[in-house]
Design a protein around this ligand. Sequence first.
Ligand SMILES: [Zn+2]
Length: 88
Amino acid sequence: MVEGRKKSRTFRRVKVKTPGGKTVTQYKRRKPSKAKCADCKAVLKGVTRALPKKMQNTPKTKKRPARAYAGVLCTKCTRKKITQKARQ
Ligand SMILES: [Zn+2]
């Protein structure tokens, strides 16, 4: 019987073939959910979706676009925000 925490679907099941030829089920963490726009909740493009450990070694430029409000707002909302700020 597997551990209690492994019975839930928090972990995804990956079948891996060992050097000995056996097929073993490994329990791995699921990827985090996709980044969404803070304003309209649209899925953000160009934002990396990986586990924290992998994100540590990912360059900053690959994590999100190099633009104002990148990783927070979508392009449409960014344009709106910038024009709003200019008109103030
Ligand atoms: Zn938006």
